[in-house]
Design a binder for this molecule. Sequence first.
Ligand code: ADP
Length: 292
Amino acid sequence: MDCKNCKSESCSAKDKKAEENEQEFMERQKLARKMCRIKHKIVVLSGKGGVGKSTVSANLASSLAKEGYNVGLLDVDIHGPSIPTMFNLTGQSVYQTEEGIEPVMAGPNLKVISVAFFLKDQEQAVIWRGPMKMGVIKQFLSEVNWGELDYLIVDSPPGTGDEPLSVCQLLENVDGCVMVTTPQEVASADVRKSISFCKQLNVPVIGVLENMSGFMCPKCGTVEYIFSQGGGEKLAAQMGVKFLGSVPIDPLIARSGDDGKPFVQAFAESETAKLFEKIIEPVIAMCGRNDD
Ligand code: ADP
């Protein structure tokens, strides 16, 4: 006989189940209390790693903060957290107050949390199985003192595996997702999967951003299309989602990432920064629809 069919009132397994249910309920309450102070939640996703998802997350968060919004940036790229480097926050650690885990400030209205802040050694490899990863993501959302935020930007791990699934499920009402891709056909195939992943989870897709679209010559500013051209736009049309634009390969983007200053801050006047900043318009528009 299994527990499901057992009629014994005195069995201690029953108490354990009740305790577990209560703990689960308390955890859900805690998460809900934190999440209801965040107006809008945006997930940045990609089909593969290395396409510029963290770069887009960092610049999106910075652009929104520049506009005066209160922004949180959550880096749940557990195996390759690069957000601390992009904001020159490497080596920072977090501390606990009565309100919860305090995020690291990357500006007056930009709070950052990354798995990297919890590692003793920055070169330590994170070896966590699925349920542990889910637990960490849950902790980031329910234990961090995000306070009142206009936008929480989540830099999700690539693909359609456990982590992006946990992110979307735990956030519950995600306002939308920004999909980052590169022009190559191999990247597009994965992005299609990511778009259908969002559709299955009822997460609205704000649009597709094509990164590394061509090479921008640092001397003359002309763009050389070293890969195919227009792949992201074609894919967006085929999948019935908005195309958010193309960002070229610009050596200054890589440099600003390594130097710890998001591109939209370091090269605010450049044409590429304007391209990055344009992404916030459809993001704000999509979130505006969910206000009230
Ligand atoms: P992901 O988060 O998808 O793994 P990253 O944002 O970490 O990718 O980007 C990978 C590397 O490529 C980083 O060094 C970043 O600075 C660089 N990079 C991203 N986008 C561009 C671009 N448009 N031009 C030049 N370098 C870029």
